[in-house]
Design a protein around this ligand. Structure first.
Ligand SMILES: NC(=O)c1ccc[n+]([C@@H]2O[C@H](COP(=O)([O-])OP(=O)(O)OC[C@H]3O[C@@H](n4cnc5c(N)ncnc54)[C@H](O)[C@@H]3O)[C@@H](O)[C@H]2O)c1
Length: 373
């Protein structure tokens, strides 16, 4: 198979979907690898390193899309890329369709096969291609929150861990999954008082077993959220309902009840955000303030630490990408059932129910395509 890796063009996105080590694995199995010039530069991988692994370097994004039967990417295609995608091409990348109607419609028009990293789901419901980036974003969320709580950056001017004789900052984490857990470890490690809210009792039982003493758990509901927000310094949004838009747990009116300089980091922004006033921001302009409350809503947080993120992501994606190249997407989905749930759009049909429901589009079960095979 011909595998092509375009350079990411989303603002400040420095990750790349394949490392030279990964390229070598494809070449070893007899595939052809095409990498757009400087695609790996932002993550510290030179064109020469890819060439040494047997990949060919292509000069433009157009020639790269043209070369691939399978396009390996990190972020969803953006406007200028839509026209480069062609019928039957396999795209393996993050899409987050449920929060992006123009992208959904463009991919339907392209008649490509869209396999989304974020909905690849194992039988135990874990999301193996979301986990590594969630780990990065979760750890970063606490780091960013601590930073923006500083007065000159617009925060309350409170040190996350305090010092002897002062109380530490209070951190509320909405969602105790991968992001929430990693954020809690970091915030607790810095000495903050942390509360994790979730709706899953088994998850909260697990968290209260493994977390340090300064992390408590609490059922997530409007009553409890309203009770806490007036005395919280940092709120981290980390909710996920797979394939669907995040619920708005913090509504606009709640901002009035918060302390001026409260910081909110909505990591769930890529699924629409669990804070009503959350609008996607970029690393160039990461924050804005509404009613005295600072919002940080960068949709591609791991993009700021590309070295760590590229390695973490490709460690997880490479085995699947190799299987897709070896068997083709239909057979690969039969061998790896988790890849099946990654299929979102096939040749113009929406095959992921939550996406079809979100935009009121016709839904075609994925079995229609797999059983035909
Ligand atoms: N901004 C970024 O750069 C970035 C990077 C990685 C992940 N994310 C996003 O972060 C979010 C969280 O990802 P994750 O990997 O931690 O997901 P996860 O599935 O591991 O955890 C989600 C948690 O939310 C909980 N939850 C569901 N409904 C809830 C509610 N009403 N109140 C409280 N908790 C609720 C679930 O029980 C689960 O424990 C996702 O939207 C993901 O796309 C964003």
């Amino acid at each position: 198979m011909r595998i092509a890796v375009p350079k990411e063009i989303k603002n400040n996105e420095n990750r790349v979907a394949l490392t030279p080590a990964g390229a070598k694995e494809f070449v070893k199995e007899g595939h052809e690898v095409f990498v757009q010039q400087t695609a790996g530069e932002g993550s510290g991988f030179s064109d020469e390193a890819y060439q040494l692994s047997g990949a060919k370097i292509l000069p433009t994004i157009e020639s790269t899309y043209e070369a691939g039967d399978m396009i390996l990417k990190v972020k969803e295609p953006i406007g200028p890329e839509y026209a480069l995608i062609r019928e039957n091409q396999l795209l393996f990348t993050y899409f987050h369709f449920a929060s992006n109607e123009p992208l959904t419609r463009a991919m339907i028009r392209s008649k490509a096969v869209c396999l989304a990293y974020e909905t690849v789901e194992k039988p135990d419901r874990s999301l193996p291609l979301l986990v590594p980036m969630s780990e990065v974003a979760g750890r970063m969320a606490a780091q960013k929150g601590a930073n923006y709580l500083e007065k000159p950056l617009g925060g309350r001017g409170i040190l996350l861990g305090g010092v002897p004789g002062t109380l530490p900052a209070k951190v509320l984490i909405l969602g105790g999954g991968v992001v929430g857990t990693q954020a809690a470890w970091m915030a607790a490690g810095l000495g903050a008082d942390v509360i994790i809210m979730d709706v899953s009792l088994p998850r909260m039982r697990y968290l209260s077993d493994v977390m340090p003493k300064n992390v408590k758990t609490m059922m997530s509901n409007e009553y409890n959220i309203r009770k806490l927000i007036g005395s919280t310094d940092l709120i981290i949004g980390a909710v996920l309902i797979p394939g669907a838009k995040a619920p708005h747990l913090i509504t606009r009116d709640m901002l009035q009840e918060m302390l001026p300089g409260t910081v909110m980091v909505d990591v769930a922004v890529d699924q629409g955000g669990c804070i009503e006033t959350c609008e996607p921001t970029t690393h160039e302009n990461p924050t804005y303030t509404i009613d005295g409350v600072l919002h940080y809503c960068v949709a591609n947080m791991p993009g700021a630490v590309p070295y760590t993120s590229t390695l973490a992501l490709t460690n997880a994606t490479l085995p699947y990408a190799l299987a897709l190249a070896k068997n083709g997407w239909q057979d690969a989905c039969l061998h790896y059932p988790e890849l099946r749930s990654g299929l979102n759009i096939i040749k113009g049909d929406v095959v992921y129910q939550a996406v079809a429901e979100t935009f009121d589009l016709p839904y075609v079960p994925v079995s229609y395509y797999l059983n035909q095979h």
